[in-house]
Design a protein around this ligand. Structure first.
Ligand code: FES
Ligand code: MG
Length: 585
């Protein structure tokens, strides 16, 4: 096992500077501090209080964000922890993103949130920061922003929602949202029943209760060492979640005193641990894009080929929907991340440093011996023999594509078929349910122009089964796009095709009737087209990259990178390259 990289000398001796941090705005440092204190004293603080280490707490509460609906209680508990440890808690707002209330897509706004997070941490005097977030894009945005600042920081996730009950059947968002909507489309349930289940899918505040992006990022954050141990799994409305918040406040003060910054934690070992956990939990494919973006802020490139090798030797152990049967609250009762990490020990870098100042291995030991449970399988009896995610290559995806094989249909993973092509999301919406659509169950559905530049990468890669086939009982088909899919979805779905259609990737020229072959065993996605035919189509149908006249959209379209670079803005990535992860062996 390798050890974490050594702290830089200056960070080891850095002590909290509190309110006097970064005083340059009025030239005269003394006057700057004098002014700063005069203003903050307007809120009733004393000099003694203001002399303490300042711990920023990022508040991402919003009426539009029920995933963050426990924010007031979490902030209160973090503040208690900070004060008990001798710090001064200062909460401040940043952008809040909820999946369902972020147009055109939450992915469009993730980088903006990361810039807000980065700049507000830089702008305001704080010695450490507690990042509170939970909904899908929030944790990636916060880790990206904080990584770029590189100060002592830790993540506190809001926690998952509870599960509900519909006519005695347990339900949870949003794998069951999709399942019930699929039943409704197939006319297996009526409008009254689908309206009734709508009341029960999200029975409390908190993040989606299956292995969607939010739960995946919560687990990856703990595996990265960026949260206190045990932080990933407590549901949002539990006492355990509040205790995690209080503990996070205590640890943030210790981090400020020790000068324990993010670059001591987000090392290649940490990213490799996070990838192991992603694979072993059958987690959301979106996490690859987000980990790539976070790693990019630290100067690391994600090597998809090496990730695929890692996937072949990492079994899926966590029995969570959509790959398995359980929900996050079950995982919590089964011991949470300690149970999973204990099982994965032979595959982890146990010497990786965490926010507590102890290594991941030390934290696993401290969590105790474990107990009988049925949510995390032993290494010897996996849920699925290989990692949840496979990376595909071929003439359709020269820069790679992703498939979540643990949620795919084994019969379709080796499949050749005729392409049925939709030019963009609007074309799909207009034609997918047309009774005249020329499509059968063996065809391959292709959706173009939902990549980073095409449409800000919506989770539209989970193309619906055409209504006439759904009614005939077809549950799955091979589907291909340059977009993403929700971690709560399932099916034989090829995602993140790179380069995307909007920048002239091969996908741009696929037409209905072309033959496409998927082989997950060979890790191939190939398209039968002659060079002459391709050249002819390129001339006939030249690609014009989307542009915008002004504003954030212009910045987005000018600078967003492809999925294999994390869809981050090019100017936000680290300026110096430190290497590739997973590292070559
Ligand atoms: Fe927020 Fe699912 S919508 S985590
Ligand atoms: Mg999602």
């Amino acid at each position: 096992m390798s050890s974490p990289s050594k702290p830089k000398p200056e960070s080891a001796t850095q002590s909290p500077q509190g309110l006097s941090k970064g005083l340059t705005n009025y030239g005269d440092r003394g006057f700057s501090l004098f002014l700063r204190k005069a203003f903050i004293k307007g809120a009733g603080y004393t000099d003694a209080t203001l002399a303490r280490p300042v711990i920023g707490i990022v508040n991402t509460g919003s009426a539009f964000n029920p995933c963050h609906g426990n924010m007031p209680q979490l902030i209160e508990a973090v503040k208690r922890g900070v004060m008990l440890a001798g710090g001064l808690p200062m909460d401040f707002p940043t952008i809040s993103l909820h999946e369902s209330f972020s147009q055109p897509t939450s992915m469009y706004l993730r980088n903006l949130m990361s810039m807000d997070t980065e700049e507000m941490i830089r702008a305001q005097p704080m010695d450490a920061v507690v990042l509170i977030g939970g909904c899908d894009k929030t944790v990636p945005a916060q880790l990206m922003g904080a990584a770029s600042v590189n100060l002592p920081a830790l993540q506190l996730v809001t926690g998952s929602m509870l599960t509900g009950s519909h006519r005695s059947e347990r339900v949870g968002a949003c794998t069951d949202c999709r399942r019930y909507w699929g039943k409704f489309r197939a006319q297996e349930i009526d409008a009254d029943e689908v309206a009734e289940v709508n009341d029960h899918l999200v029975p409390s505040v908190g993040t989606c209760s299956v292995a969607g992006t939010a739960s995946t990022m919560a687990c990856l954050t703990e595996a990265l060492g960026m949260s206190v141990p045990g932080a990933a799994s407590p549901p949002a409305v539990t006492a355990d979640r509040i205790r995690v918040a209080e503990h996070s406040g205590v640890v943030a003060v210790e981090m400020a005193r020790a000068g324990r910054r993010i670059d001591q934690i987000l090392t290649p070992e940490a990213f490799e641990n996070a990838m192991r956990v992603l694979l072993a939990m059958g987690g959301s494919t979106n996490a690859i894009v987000h980990l790539t973006a976070i790693a990019g802020r630290m100067g690391y490139e994600i090597d998809l080929q090496a990730l695929d090798r890692m996937s072949r030797e990492t079994p899926v152990l966590l029995d969570l929907k959509p790959s398995g049967d359980h929900y996050m609250e079950d995982f919590h009762r089964a011991g949470g991340m300690a149970t999973l990490l204990r099982e994965l020990k032979p595959l982890l870098h146990l010497g990786a440093m965490t926010v507590t100042g102890r290594t991941l291995g030390e934290e696993i030991e401290a969590a105790g011996p474990g107990f009988a449970q049925d949510v995390v399988r032993p290494l010897s009896q996996p849920l699925y023999p290989q990692g949840g995610i496979a990376v595909l290559w071929g003439n359709l995806a020269p820069g790679g594509a992703i498939i979540k094989q643990s949620a795919a249909n084994p019969q379709l993973m080796e499949h050749e078929g005729r392409a049925v092509v939709f030019e963009n999301a609007a074309d799909l919406a207009a034609r997918i349910d047309d009774p005249a659509l020329d499509v059968n169950a063996n065809d391959i559905l292709v959706l173009k122009h939902i990549g980073p530049k095409g449409a800000a990468m919506p989770e539209a890669g989970y193309l619906p089964i055409p209504a006439k086939l759904a009614r005939a009982g077809v549950k799955d088909m091979v589907r291909i796009s340059d977009g993403r899919m929700s971690g709560t979805a399932f099916g034989t779905i090829v995602l993140h095709v790179t380069p995307e259609a909007a920048v002239g990737g091969p996908l741009a020229w696929v037409r209905s009737g072309d033959r496409i072959r998927l082989s997950v065993a060979e890790r191939r996605i190939d398209w039968q087209v002659s060079d002459d035919e391709l050249a002819r189509r390129r001339t006939e149908q030249p690609v014009v990259e989307p542009q915008a006249e002004r504003g954030y959209r212009q910045l987005f379209l000018r600078t967003v990178t492809q999925a294999d670079q994390g869809a981050d803005f090019d100017f936000l990535r680290a300026t110096e390259t430190r290497g590739r992860v997973p590292r070559p062996r």
